[in-house]
Design a protein around this ligand. Structure first.
Ligand code: FE2
Length: 255
């Protein structure tokens, strides 16, 4: 099993909502998609943990659909705070695998030995994440029938890092109940949002945060300085199920 984890494209066609996404992000995404399409062995699935767009217009998702077209494997994606649920479902939904009907963009994909659950943590108009009772109830039901290793894909990291900016904008509402639902399990949680590659343990769980091809920070452990985009080389993680467990490889992109 091989999972390519991507996040935070911040693709925009007219105006960058954050004002920080690099202007040639479409070209970078082309190179990123070409890199994944050429991998051998091919990833079994691509998991995208939100902020696919930077404002979420219908034109953004039409462009993303075209950019992702060379990928032949399933794609599971959840929204981030710079996406728009309606436009994302309408414009990109047909290309996504396992999207669940309803008001949220949750998803479920079962592969041999692995169940991936996409969890929509968006609060419209707010930077932080939340899990309401409806989303938590959905997760509880899915966990009960999840086979093999459970991989949860969500935009907002559920962990507190000690950095005041990140911690203010992480998963805030519903975090305790989320932790309770995962008690007694060991799951892999794939997130984005903080725009810096970051891996940590959260109890018995592994939390892997993918960076962003649009703009990244370069904070050092213990720093409390305000994040400022830095010109750092971009790489993305490949989660590989080997004979002794799961390893995370980093794949650098020259773009
Ligand atoms: Fe983002």
């Amino acid at each position: 099993m091989l999972i390519a984890h991507l996040s935070d494209f911040h693709l925009f066609t007219e105006r960058s909502e954050t004002g920080e996404a690099r202007g040639d992000i479409a070209r970078v995404l082309e190179a990123l998609v070409a890199d994944i399409a050429a991998l051998a062995p091919c990833p079994d699935i691509v998991a995208i943990s939100g902020d696919l767009a930077d404002g979420g217009t219908p034109a953004d998702y039409a462009r993303l659909t075209a950019l992702l077209a060379p990928l032949s494997m399933p794609i599971l994606a959840v929204p981030g705070n710079h996406d728009r649920r309606g436009a994302m479902r309408e414009g990109l939904g047909s290309r996504l695998t396992g999207l669940v009907p309803g008001p949220f963009l949750n998803a479920r994909v079962a592969l041999p030995g692995v169940t991936l659950l996409g969890l929509d943590t968006v609060v419209p108009g707010a930077p932080h994440g939340a899990l309401c009772a409806e989303r938590l109830n959905w997760l509880e039901g899915e966990l009960a029938s999840s086979k093999g290793t459970t991989v949860i894909v969500m935009h907002h990291p559920p962990v507190q890092t000690g950095h005041p900016h990140w911690d203010t904008f992480s998963l805030i509402e519903g975090r305790e109940r989320f932790a309770e639902l995962l008690a007694g399990r060991s799951v892999r949680i794939l997130c984005g949002h903080i725009h810096q590659p970051f891996h940590t343990d959260w109890g018995a769980h592994h939390v892997g945060v993918a960076g962003s091809p649009a703009f990244e920070y370069h904070l050092t452990p213990g720093s409390i300085e305000a994040p400022c985009p830095q010109p750092v080389p971009f790489s993305y993680p490949l989660h590989h199920w080997g004979p002794q467990g799961v390893s995370v490889y980093r794949r650098h992109l020259r773009a």
